[in-house]
Each structure stands twice: as structure tokens, then as C-alpha cells.
Design a protein around this ligand. Sequence first.
Ligand SMILES: [Fe+2]
Ligand SMILES: [Fe+2]
Length: 470
Amino acid sequence: MSNVSLNEKIPNNVDLSSDKRLQRALEQWQPEFLSWWKDMGPEGFQEKDVYLRTAVSVDPKGWAHFDYVRMPEYRWGIFLADPVPNRTIGFGDAFGQPAWQEVPGEHRNTLRRLIVTQGDTEPASVEQQRRLGQTCPSLYDLRNLFQVNVEEGRHLWAMVYLLHSYFGRDGREEAEALLQRRSGDQDKPRILGAFNEPCTDWLSFFMFTTFTDRDGKYQLLALAESGFDPLSRTCRFMLTEEAHHLFVGEMGISRIIQRAAQLMKEGKDPRQEGAIDLPTIQKYMNFWYTVSLDLFGSEVSTNAANFFGAGLKGRAKEETYADHVALEGAYEMDLYEDGKLVRRSVPMRTAMNEVLRDAYIDDCAKVLNRWNKHAAEVGFTFTLPSRRFHRNQGLFAGKYFTPEGREIGQAEYEAQQAAWLPTDADRAYVQSLMVNPVYQPGHYANWIAPPAKGVNDQPIDFEYVRYNEG
Ligand SMILES: [Fe+2]
Ligand SMILES: [Fe+2]
């Protein structure tokens, strides 16, 4: 691809047209990305016209441009939020010094690892969701799935831009490796656990976009504080897109709950009617919420302390804290010591993962409150399980806790887990509802209520994907 067409195809505000080094790196990488997208992107829909928004600038009013596009022709762009003039580092040992415009040598490896770990989640989620189009509940939902997918693709671009522009040869190698790992693959899995979990039904998809994308939001908020200014600006712009993913998840679950509640109010059993009953929804919630809690890492972490001390990864909304150096404070949390739960104060810097997890948990609780308004109409209440339940990372991994957080033995856990987590039969039931996709404009599967309104002021029976043509 020539430089001229490269520049046309890649909307950007990073002055790509005069950056020869970046052009050369992208000339190599862009075709590899496209072949990854064709292999691992949405299966069966590459040739369809999809009503998508494309970021064409960072102007808050003008950045979202809507039109029909075939996904392989989507214009994945590179955008950084506008610089903050004279920005200084907001936390850690270098607090108050000018933000870095280049990678500080002593933090180079750590910073690259942070960027690669974030970057790896983006293509992973596309891979996890690649077959969902074949079981969609409506063209509206199909379009939302693809919007999320192309934006996760753009988030990969955002991280690859940083690797290409600031990390030289090993950055380019990492950028290639991001296209080589595969979600769920035995030999070359994605880096983080939740991104290797299969996401093969729409209830899981909406849980993923509610809970796992919300982990993404908190990681991005923490990285948006980074003293490395290009990373901060990149993450700030990604957050504007992430908000839509969270909306898709929350509204998807909300509509599934509304459908079940409607049937219950008519005196019917949702499962008898081909909808999803509320206890099954709770079990899926328990699963996706807890695998997402794992993504925040260990409760007490010297890595997290180092990221904070180095000024690389802060707390979400760092400006709301009084002490940005955090060398003296302590943080209280539940720990597991000598087979017992104990409440302890730990040095603030080592608690940064838990601080971020706490903010995430509060945010999830607000989502549940909104879902519970619909559930309350039929006398049901969804609850978030204890942070100790069903954990595979951190202090509580390998132990057995009830969703209320009470420690129990393995045998008791195994005897009860069918009531807490989706069983094979639950998964088979949910899948059985989604065998026949709904591709008629304005039609919605029986297990989900239609949305309150359409995308970009279009009606809910708009042809969001031109499935039936061409
Ligand atoms: Fe993302
Ligand atoms: Fe996302």
C-alpha cells in the first residue's frame, strides 16, 4: 500500500502523513492485521454492509461518523485525546514533574509489558465473539456486536501505534505477536484468563460487555493517569468508545430481564416460554463477574506498587485522592492468612490492585441496581457475589467460598455449585434458544425485549445490517 493510500485509509491525528517510520511499520503490520481480521473476525459477515460508526476525529461532537461499511473496509484509525497543556505526572515518585513525551529508559520494559497486556485483550475479545453473528437476536444486536468488534480492533491499533512509535524493534515484534496469540488456544493463549473463556452465546456476550469490558474501563482509567503522555492520551480516547460497549452489555441484560419479568407478570414460567429465567441470569452474572474480578490481579502486589511508584499506572480518577505519592497511607482489606480470613492494613502502594477492584465493584453494584428495578417488579433481586467466590487469581484462589463469602469445604462447594454457576444443562438451554438467528428488520428473538430506541436516532426496525441483500 502506498503512503498516500495508507494515509487515506487510516484516519488519524498523529500526523501519520509526515511520520515515515510509523508509515513503514504500519505498511507491514496493516496487511497482517487484515488477514487476522478475515481469519479471526466475525465469521460469515465480512461481505455484509453494516451500519457502523467510525472515529474520524477526536472532536467531541464530530468524532462519530455513521454509515454502511463492510467490516474489512472499516477505517481503523489512530487517535489520541487532545494534549493537556503543560501536563505533569499526577502520582508516584515523579509526582509534579513534566509528563514524559518519550519512554523513560528505566521504565521501558515495564511500560511495554503494560501496553502489550492491554493490547492483547482487544483482539482476544474479537476472537471470543466471532461466531455470535450466526445466532443473533436481531439486526440491531448484530450491528452492536460488530460495532464492539471493530472498536476492539481499533483499540488494538491504538496499542500497536504506541509499540511502533515508541519501542523500536521489540515494539514491532510485540505488535506482530499480538496477531499471533489466539483466545483459548492451548499453545499460544491470550495473556489473561477471562480472554480465553469461550463466549459462544448472547447471554455470555452481554455479561462479557457488562463485566469484562468494565474491567477494561478501569484499566484504561488507571492507564489514562500514566506519566507517559502518549499512553494517557490514547487511553482517554479509548474510554469514549468503551462507554458504548458497556451500554451494549447493560442494555442487553436489561432487555433479557425485562422479557422474563413480562412473562412472569403474565403468570408464565420464562423457561416454558423459551425465555431466560432470572436464576439462570444470576448464575451467568456470578461467572462473568468473578472471572472479571480476577483481571485486577493480586490483592497485595509489589508489581502494582512498582507501576504506581514509577508513575506508569495510577488509580482511576487519581485527582479525587488527596495523597498522590501514597508512601505513607495504608489500605484495609480482607486477607487470607494461615487458613483464616483476617482484616489487615497494608501499605497503600501495594494495595493499588484492590483499590481499583473496589472502584470496579462499586460501579458493578450500580449496574445491578438498575437491573433490579426490572427484577423488583416480579419480586426478584440480583446480587453481586462476594469477591472471594469462584476466584482463580489472588489470595482466594484455590479456596472454596459461597457467593456470600463464607468459606466451605471442597465437597460442600461441589455439591452446591450447580446452584451458583451455569451448569452444562443451563448452557445447553441458553444455546438452544439461539439456534435460529433473527435477521428480519424489526424482529426480535423471543428471549429478549426490543430496545427502547435505535442507534443514532434510527428506528428499531432499521436495517442495521443488510443481511438479506447481496
Ligand atoms: Fe477495548
Ligand atoms: Fe471494549
